[in-house]
Design a protein around this ligand. Structure first.
Ligand SMILES: *Cc1c(COP(=O)(O)O)cnc(C)c1O
Length: 479
């Protein structure tokens, strides 16, 4: 235990609460992001290892002067970059309480473990995915949740081929083949590489003009691989791609997976919670037929980072993939579910469930649904504003809460447009008023605005477009 007295901790905790409340209150009025002052950056980079300790109040002073003034920008209502949300206030408070308890949520009979069972069930209920007891767990993010789900898929496929992948690895087994699209997130490839499947065994299935997986092409690819003696085992569909927010059509893909006995995994990291908006819920039809889904409460729900979630239809498949506890020794407490460490990669696990519980309980299902609908409405509105502006071009239909577009000033050819739009995100970011990031869509440099913050207003959209136009003018007149 540190040499901190109760009294000093209490008083520093009150200071922290004020510091955090002041910080959050000031965010909307400040610049979204600014490049760090070089001296301030060096001070952090080169901070010497302290030989002697300092008081809590001194440390809070450093946090106030050296850390809080240099945020990423994602707490701001005019941050539209990547898929990074503002923290839910309830989640911020819960984080402090959770760290005060500091359990390992690997397993056992303490509050955090039971709360995790509950919030995983809540997440499944929110997105309408079936949830048998034990059919999921919280992870650091979707990258890790994908590894968890694909490991279960690999185990099932190998077992069906008469293989024990846990004992024998993949050596000697014909290649296990998975199917993705050009829009599938890179975490799927990373998982395939780490699981020894090999990224070459991920087939890119042709997609329609919006980037949705083409079920007819998928069927043909499966037949071709079977004929060549390979073992098709996995299809990865997207509930919201990261570039344009497109949702794959799950029903025909699920039909095919059922007929072909393939594992259907859905990447819902960014977009799965969009199903809560009645306006777009129909796009998610068939999501409940997947074998697994990976999603990120630390994205659209605003749970403070980190928090991903893996949901798996067959809980025993998950336990059979990771448990090192012989079945005769399995803990029969907590309904015989055993430890979370039997269902995933981590042993010591953080108390993530309290911030999830607080975030969801604070807004309630209806509040969350209203926040999500607000974001999708604004994204569609942004699409209309872009389409109505002759200097801008909408590059994809707005399906969820991502609007992809580019600047298109008159008189520039495609090469010049690409150069301009590639330079635009940083130019816009440096102006400090809004933060937007870029991507490439069908060979064209694009801006993409991702709406995740219920505090964002239509006025903020006007600022976004004004800033894009201003930065484009700046860049085109400079040459
Ligand atoms: C963010 C994201 C991921 C990766 O999730 P992490 O939480 O960053 O590990 C995967 N897929 C999509 C569609 C995403 O938006």
């Amino acid at each position: 235990m540190s040499a901190t007295s109760d009294q000093s901790f209490r008083s520093s905790a009150h200071t922290t609460a004020d510091l955090v409340a002041d910080y959050l209150a000031a965010v909307p009025a400040g610049p979204v992001w600014q490049p760090m002052d070089p001296a301030a950056r060096q001070a952090l980079l080169n901070a010497p290892l302290p030989a002697e300790g300092r008081s809590l109040d001194e440390l809070l002073g450093v946090i106030a002067t050296d850390v809080l003034p240099a945020p990423m920008g994602n707490g701001h209502p005019r941050f539209f970059g990547w898929v990074n949300s503002a923290p839910a206030p309830a989640g911020v408070l819960a984080t402090l309480a959770a760290s005060a308890m500091n359990p390992s949520s690997a397993g056992g009979d303490h509050a955090d473990v039971h709360l995790e069972r509950a919030v995983v069930r809540w997440i499944a209920e929110l997105v309408g995915f079936p949830h048998p007891p034990g059919g999921g767990l919280l992870t650091s993010g979707t990258s890790m949740a994908t590894i968890v789900c694909l490991a279960a898929a690999r185990g099932r496929a190998a077992a069906r081929a008469g293989w024990d992948v846990r004992e024998d690895g993949l050596y000697g087994l014909p290649p296990l083949v998975g199917y993705v699209t050009g829009e599938t997130h890179s975490c799927v490839r990373k998982a395939a590489e780490l699981l020894g499947l090999g990224s070459r065994q991920l087939r890119t299935v042709p997609a329609d003009a919006e980037g949705r997986m083409d079920p007819v092409a998928l069927r043909a690819a499966i037949a071709e691989d079977r004929a060549a003696g390979r073992l098709p085992f996995l299809v990865v569909a997207s509930a919201g791609t990261v570039n344009t927010g497109v949702v794959d059509r799950f029903e025909p893909i699920a039909d095919l997976c059922e007929a072909e006995q393939l594992w259907l995994h859905i990447d819902g990291a960014y977009g799965a919670f969009g199903v809560l908006d009645p306006e777009i819920a129909h796009r998610y039809a068939g999501l409940d037929r997947a074998d697994s889904i990976a999603l990120d409460p630390h994205k659209w729900l605003g749970v403070p980072v980190d928090c991903g979630c893996a949901l798996v239809r067959d809980a025993e498949q998950l336990r059979g993939t990771f448990s090192l506890v012989p079945s005769y020794l399995r803990d029969e407490e907590a309904g015989g579910l055993g430890w979370f460490s039997e269902y995933g990669t981590e042993q010591t696990r953080p108390f993530r469930s309290l911030k999830v519980w607080a975030t969801i309980a604070h807004r309630g299902r209806d509040g969350i649904a209203a926040d999500i609908a607000h974001c999708t409405r604004l994204a569609r509105r942004l699409g209309e504003l872009v389409a109505a502006d002759p200097e801008l071009e909408l590059l994809a239909p707005v399906e969820t809460s991502i609007t992809a577009f580019r600047a298109r000033p008159a008189g520039l050819d495609e090469a010049a447009l690409n150069a301009l739009n590639q330079a635009l995100p940083l130019a816009v970011q440096r102006r400090g008023q809004v933060f937007v990031t870029g991507t490439v869509l069908a060979g064209r440099e694009a801006l993409r605005a991702c709406l995740l913050n219920a505090a964002t207003t239509e006025a903020d959209l006007a600022v976004l477009l004004a800033e894009v136009r201003a930065a484009a003018t700046e860049l085109t007149t400079r040459q």
